[in-house]
Design a protein around this ligand. Structure first.
Ligand code: HEM
Ligand code: HEM
Length: 187
């Protein structure tokens, strides 16, 4: 049922394509798996990490050739738009975005980049040249630990934005659909 009764026409519109959704939840599962198997590395840990790396690589390609809302060019905004959006959030005046909002867009970049750096440094640590090298191990741990605050902030952003605009962004990332735009919503 449509949450916004003022909007005529279809109750929802497709926003996230299937690949974006499958890649998102695959990334969540592989990063979680890599996290819980982190002690001492090991095969499960390495394969979970490689899976996360694979998801990031595919998402990167999809960010250039994918559907309109999946493309980085559509949601990675410049500093002036991003700061202006942040000020509007603080003033509780921000517009609803059908795709990623400007702050969310930068969070997407940060999450993908950090997972990539974590996976690559993990791989580096297993190579003959760098196996047992302390700074490589520490770098891998540091990138992995940086995921904690990033993911916490990401989930907080999802919850706050869902509340502000009275729509469930988590289920939208599952079925791909959101309430159609109205008023000053950004499509
Ligand atoms: C998103 C992906 C990954 C996450 C979140 C992650 C996270 C972690 C964390 C938190 C540790 C403990 C670090 C420490 O003791 O200071 C660790 C250790 C380790 N990781 Fe990963 N990792 C990932 C991917 C990988 C990959 C792709 C590989 C290799 C192919 C790898 C290989 C290792 C190894 C060998 C260790 C053990 C280091 C030691 O001797 O203590 N990791 N990882
Ligand atoms: C390891 C943890 C996580 C990582 C690395 C991660 C990463 C990402 C990435 C890269 C995107 C962009 C999607 C795309 O355009 O392809 C995204 C979006 C999203 N994520 Fe996560 N995520 C994580 C955990 C979660 C969790 C636990 C939830 C549920 C509470 C969640 C809910 C969402 C939602 C709703 C969006 C869409 C946001 C929007 O409407 O703009 N994520 N996430």
């Amino acid at each position: 049922m449509a949450e916004n009764n003022e909007v005529p026409g279809p109750a929802s519109q497709r926003v996230w394509d299937p690949l974006v959704r499958v890649l998102h939840w695959s990334l969540v599962v592989s990063v979680l798996l890599a996290w819980v198997t982190r002690e001492g590395g090991g095969h499960w840990h390495e394969w979970a990490g490689y899976a996360a790396l694979g998801v990031v690589a595919l998402r990167f390609v999809w960010g250039w050739i994918g559907s309109a809302r999946a493309r980085f060019a559509g949601f990675v905004r410049g500093p002036s738009v991003t700061f202006s959006y942040a000020r509007q959030v603080l003033a509780h005046r921000e517009a609803r975005h059908l795709g990623h909002n400007p702050l969310g867009g930068w969070m997407v970049v940060a999450l993908l980049a950090d997972v990539a750096l974590t996976g690559l440094s993990g791989w580096l640590y297993t190579t003959d040249a760098y196996w047992g090298v302390k700074w490589v191990e520490e770098m891998h741990g540091a990138f992995a630990n940086a995921l904690l605050p990033l993911v916490a902030l990401h989930v907080a952003g999802v919850i706050v934005t869902s509340q502000r605009h009275r729509e469930n962004l988590v289920t939208a990332m599952i079925h791909g659909r959101k309430r159609p735009p109205s008023g000053r919503d950004v499509i």
